[in-house]
Design a protein around this ligand. Structure first.
Ligand SMILES: Nc1ncnc2c1ncn2[C@@H]1O[C@H](COP(=O)(O)OP(=O)(O)OP(=O)(O)O)[C@@H](O)[C@H]1O
Ligand SMILES: [Mg+2]
Length: 232
């Protein structure tokens, strides 16, 4: 496996609430993710998976600890640098797709490029190419509602990868899909989206898809309790 470090999280900690209600959502989490690997993050509801991902992707500032992405400590960046970092380096896919219902699939996918102030027509062309990558060639002109759940999730993946982010984060991407469709999505991501220049982190509850993980990070009560190696 390629051992170039993509993300180095050290002692990352986050608490919420005040006084007696104060609780630690992520407690000194230390973890290194490499380019070329697909890591699953598993654990009970409330164990801190989303909070941890938010901190390593520049969305939520940790109370303490550090996060380096490609050697750069992201939490020392200015607000603008952090926004650029999220736009250029990170792609996100959410459980319920987060597609805009009144935009066509191609327009949905083009959004990150438009945000980068790229020309509209060029963005739509890039969106169409990204749609081909996810096996939906020629479907750019229709509204998301016309697509099945699995196809909508592939549109969300196309949007996440259109700007060629090096880090892709999927938070329960298969939770709204039936088991077989969910498995197909993960197999697809591993085959077509993972490459040696990319690192993919996936939160999942579905242990039937464990075969696709290179490593599995287990979380419990805000702590990383185990790191399971699946492939060499
Ligand atoms: N903004 C917030 N304010 C207060 N508490 C929060 C906030 N975000 C998360 N928490 C709490 O932190 C803990 C961890 O939440 P988190 O969403 O990271 O868990 P999770 O492992 O992603 O769970 P799930 O599998 O249900 O998505 C939970 O107890 C949650 O209630
Ligand atoms: Mg979560």
């Amino acid at each position: 496996m390629n051992q170039v470090e993509a993300i180095v999280a050290e002692g990352v900690t986050k608490s919420f609430g005040e006084g007696e209600a104060r609780m630690t959502a992520v407690d000194h989490a230390t973890f290194v993710a490499h380019f070329g690997e697909m890591v699953f993050i598993v654990g009970p509801s409330g164990s801190g998976k989303t909070t941890f991902l938010s901190m390593i992707s520049g969305i939520l500032r940790p109370d303490s600890g550090s996060v380096k992405v490609k050697g750069v400590d992201i939490w020392t960046m200015t607000k603008d640098q952090l926004a650029d970092f999220r736009l250029n380096t990170i792609g996100f896919v959410f459980q319920d797709y987060h597609l805009f219902p009144r935009l066509t699939t191609a327009e949905n996918i083009a959004i990150p490029l438009i945000l980068k102030q790229q020309n509209w027509n060029a963005s739509i062309t890039a969106a169409e190419q990204s749609l081909s990558v996810v096996g939906l060639k020629g479907r750019g002109g229709i509204l998301p509602i016309k697509l099945s759940g699995g196809e909508q999730q592939r549109v969300a993946i196309a949007r996440a990868i259109v700007g060629s982010p090096e880090i892709l984060i999927l938070d329960e991407p298969t939770a709204s899909l039936d088991g077989d469709t969910g498995k197909m999505i993960i197999a697809f991501v591993k085959e077509k989206v993972l490459n040696p220049q990319r690192c993919i982190l996936i939160v999942t509850h579905d242990n039937r898809i464990n075969e696709y993980a290179d490593r599995i990070l287990h979380m419990e009560d805000g702590r990383i309790t185990a790191l399971e190696q699946r492939t060499q």
